[in-house]
Design a protein around this ligand. Structure first.
Ligand code: G6P
Length: 370
C-alpha cells in the first residue's frame, strides 16, 4: 500500500532513501569508545592467527559484496580472501578446514544455494560466519557466528539497503580483524572509523533532490540504449557488477560489467556508435588508466557516463559525455557512495522503460530452489 511505501511511488525508491538510517542502525551500535565492537562474534586472536583463507559465499548482489570484500579484507588483514558463488561452492572442492573461515552473506537468510554451501562448510570443519538481515532465518541459525545487517524489511526484489548494510559490515569486520592481527595501522584504523561514521550523511547528501534530478536526467537520456558496459578498476570493478545487475534486473537492459583493463580482450569489439559505457573512476591512483579506456571507447562512438568523486568533478568532463559526482571518503569505503547513483540510475531507466520496478518479471525476492 501507499502507506507502506512511506509516500514513495515504489518500494525500491523508499528503500534507496532508507539507506542513511539503515547504515546508522548497522554501524553506530558497533562503535564504542572509538573502536569497533562485535559483541556477537567469537573470533579470538588465536583463531585469527591460524587462518589461512577466507571464502565469501553468496548469490546475486550479496555475492558482489564478497567481490568487494576481497579487496577490503585482504588489505586490512593480509589473509587471502576468495569470493565464490554459492551455487558453485559445493561443486568446486573448496579447500576447507579449521584454517578456513567461510563468510556467508544473505539478505533473506533463506537462499537455497547459500544455505547448502553453509551446511557444506560446517560439515567440512570450517568456521562459518553469516551476515544476514532477517533475524531467525535458516542461515542465521546454521552459522557459528552471525552479524545482522540492520536494514529493516526489504520489499523490492532488487536489493538496495540490504546490500549497503552488508558492505558496512565488511568494513566493520575488516577493522575488527585487522586490529586483532595488528595488520591495520592505527592511522588507517582511525581514518576508516572516521569515514564509517560520516558514511550515512554522505549517502544522504547524494540523495538530495538536485542530485536525483541529475541522475534521472541522465537515465532518461540513455533509456533507449540496449547494450551497456560498466567498466572500472580495483574496487570500482566490483561496484560495476552491482550497477550492471541492477539494470538487467529491473530495466531489462542487456548489460555487462568488465574490469576496465579487460576491455581490450574482447568486449571492445562490441562497442558501436551510441553503445553506453558507464565508467566508474573513483580510485584516485587509477583515474588516468580508466580515462585511457574511456578514450578508446569514445573513439569508437560510445556514449560515456562517468562516475567519480568531487576531486575529479572538473577533470572528468574532459573525457565523458555526462558525469555523476559522489562525495569522497576513505578509499576502502568509497564503493558505498559509488553504488548509490547506480541504484537510482537503474531505477529511473526502469521507469522510463515502463518496467515494474518492484516486481520485475521472472525474478523472486528470495530464491529457495537450487
Ligand atoms: C535474489 C534477489 C537479489 C539477491 C539474491 C540473494 O536474486 O533478487 O537481490 O541479492 O537473491 O538473496 P539473499 O536473500 O540470499 O541475499
Amino acid at each position: 500500500s501507499a502507506a507502506q511505501k512511506g509516500g514513495y511511488p515504489h518500494f525500491m525508491l523508499k528503500e534507496i532513501y532508507d539507506q542513511p538510517k539503515a547504515l546508522r542502525d548497522t554501524i553506530n551500535p558497533r562503535i564504542r569508545d572509538g573502536r569497533v565492537v562485535l559483541d556477537d562474534v567469537k573470533l579470538d586472536e588465536g583463531y585469527l592467527r591460524g587462518l589461512r583463507r577466507i571464502y565469501m559465499v553468496a548469490c546475486g548482489s550479496a555475492s558482489y559484496v564478497g567481490n568487494h570484500a576481497k579487496y577490503i579484507l585482504e588489505r586490512t588483514t593480509r589473509i587471502q580472501v576468495e569470493p565464490v558463488l554459492a551455487s558453485e561452492f559445493r561443486y568446486s572442492e573448496p579447500v576447507l578446514g579449521d584454517d578456513t573461515l567461510v563468510i556467508i552473506i544473505s539478505q533473506s537468510g533463506e537462499t537455497a544455494d547459500t544455505l547448502a554451501a553453509l551446511r557444506e562448510a560446517n560439515a567440512r570443519g570450517a568456521r562459518t560466519l553469516a551476515i544476514v538481515n532477517v533475524v531467525g532465518s535458516a542461515i542465521s541459525k546454521a552459522a557459528h557466528d552471525v552479524i545482522y545487517t540492520c536494514a529493516g524489511p526489504e520489499i523490492a526484489v532488487a536489493t538496495t539497503k540490504a546490500y549497503s548494510t552488508q558492505l558496512a559490515v565488511i568494513y566493520l569486520l575488516a577493522m575488527y580483524i585487522g586490529e586483532k592481527l595488528g595488520t591495520l595501522a592505527p592511522e588507517c584504523y582511525a581514518a576508516m572509523l572516521e569515514g564509517l561514521q560520516r558514511l550515512p550523511d554522505q549517502v544522504a547528501q547524494i540523495l538530495v533532490p538536485e542530485n536525483l534530478a541529475k541522475i534521472e536526467e541522465a537515465a532518461e537520456a540513455f533509456s533507449r540504449n540496449h547494450d551497456v558496459f560498466f567498466i572500472g578498476r580495483n574496487l570500482d570493478s566490483a561496484t560495476c557488477l552491482e550497477g550492471s545487475l541492477k539494470l538487467k534486473e529491473i530495466a531489462y537492459v542487456h548489460s555487462e560489467a568488465y574490469p576496465a583493463g579487460e576491455l581490450k580482450h574482447g568486449p571492445i569489439s562490441l562497442i558501436e556508435e551510441e553503445t553506453l559505457v558507464v565508467a566508474l573512476a573513483t580510485v584516485e591512483k587509477l583515474f588516468d588508466k580508466t580515462m585511457a579506456n574511456v578514450r578508446e571507447v569514445k573513439a569508437r562512438g560510445a556514449h560515456v557516463l562517468g562516475v567519480t568523486t568531487e576531486d575529479f568533478a572538473g577533470e572528468i568532463t574532459k573525457y565523458v559525455d555526462r558525469s555523476l559526482i559522489v562525495p569522497k571518503t576513505h578509499p576502502l569505503l568509497q564503493p558505498s557512495l559509488t553504488v548509490i547513483p547506480l541504484q537510482a540510475f537503474a531505477y529511473y531507466i526502469a521507469l522510463a522503460r515502463g518496467c515494474d520496478v518492484d516486481m520485475p518479471r521472472n525474478l523472486a525476492k528470495s530464491v529457495t530452489v537450487e
